[in-house]
Design a protein around this ligand. Structure first.
Ligand code: PHE
Length: 331
């Protein structure tokens, strides 16, 4: 092997390599395990030749390294100019998400009651007939117990038809005083139309303490209605019947569109129906171990879809389930 000739040859190969890949194959050719120089180094017997060949190898390695840096720099430069990004171009707009209308109303009502010192309690959507009916004082023949009216999973278990079972669960779990709201889905065997959907939402309210009266119920609902529909609203009660309240009432709110003058939203009566309410029937205290001589309370249940419909003039409740973003984006 002629070291000087080898060096000249290798250096011209290094200079001729036009890319990192070409350079690497030249490196393998001259410095790889089976190349002439490394083989000669392995066979070297005398010190002087060894030193000379090692120095040659070091020179070539340095030359390869320098050329590699050069080529990589050039390749990077090329890539940068090819992939150039114009940072002055306007960006593509990222669509903003938003909360569903019912979720917005739910959170708004939770906030209003948190402000009054109430607890927000989760209920269960799958309930037993005991909590959904029996402990709410509903007789065995009550029509809501029929599988034609309610959605049963088995003979004792059903999708709750109202949020009222949360009243029983909360009173069972804690002693008085109780101030709570519970919001969530309820299920009924209804055929969908513009004002009925088989899955809808209620807010349940319960306040049990010493000396709670019907006037407290009225004040609380008045506060809620004014927060939802404006400071001018009035609330009135009509007598009604629920198995779990005595007396039972249906609260109306004065129409926020016509201010009581009469319009199509309030069907020209000046008043809008809001749901059900009443004083907790003392019978219920027997189911949860409260002393009806010590405490009294009120409860109410209102539909969130109804609030949404009234507030936004929504013509058809089924639209809330269609997930049409054009509709949902309006709220
Ligand atoms: N649970 C009743 C309903 O769904 C509403 C209600 C709740 C009435 C609490 C009185 C007290 O119709």
């Amino acid at each position: 092997m002629d070291p000087a000739a080898l060096e000249t040859e290798a250096r011209s190969a290094i200079a001729a390599a036009g890319s990192a890949v070409e350079l690497e194959s030249a490196r393998v050719r001259y410095l790889g395990r089976n190349a002439e120089l490394p083989r000669a180094l392995r066979q070297v017997r005398d010190r002087e030749t060894g030193q000379a060949l090692n120095a040659l190898r070091a020179r070539l390695e340095r030359a390869f390294g320098e050329r590699r840096a050069e080529l990589e720099g050039a390749e990077l430069e090329l890539k940068l100019t090819a992939d150039v990004v114009d940072v002055t171009l306007p960006g593509r707009p990222a669509p903003r998400g938003r909360l569903h209308l019912i979720t917005q109303i739910r959170r708004e009502i939770e906030d209003i009651f948190l402000g009054l010192g109430y607890q927000v309690v989760d209920g269960r959507e799958v309930e037993t007939a005991y909590y959904n009916f029996t402990a709410l004082n509903m007789p065995s023949w009550h029509p809501a117990r029929s599988p034609l009216a309610s959605l049963y999973l088995d003979s004792e278990t059903l999708l709750r038809t109202e949020t009222s079972p949360s009243q029983i669960r909360v009173m069972e779990a804690t002693g008085p005083p109780v101030y709570m709201v519970s919001l969530g889905r309820v299920y009924r065997r209804d055929t969908p139309d513009a004002t009925h959907v088989p899955i809808f939402h209620q807010v349940e309210g319960l306040a049990v303490d010493r000396g709670v009266t019907l006037a407290d119920l009225k004040g609380t609902l008045l506060h809620l209605m004014r927060a939802l529909f404006g400071e001018e609203r009035q609330v009135r009660f009509r007598t009604h019947y629920f198995p779990f309240t005595e007396p039972s009432i249906e609260p109306d709110v004065s129409c926020f569109l016509c201010d009581g003058g009469g319009c199509s939203v309030c069907k020209h009566s000046g008043w809008i129906e809001m749901g059900g309410a009443g004083m907790v029937d003392p019978e219920l205290y027997g189911f949860v171990g409260y002393d009806p001589e010590e405490v009294s309370g009120f409860a109410f249940g209102l539909g969130l879809e109804r609030i949404a419909m009234l507030r936004h003039g929504l013509p058809d409740l089924r639209e809330l389930w269609e997930n049409d973003l054009r509709l949902l984006r309006q709220f």
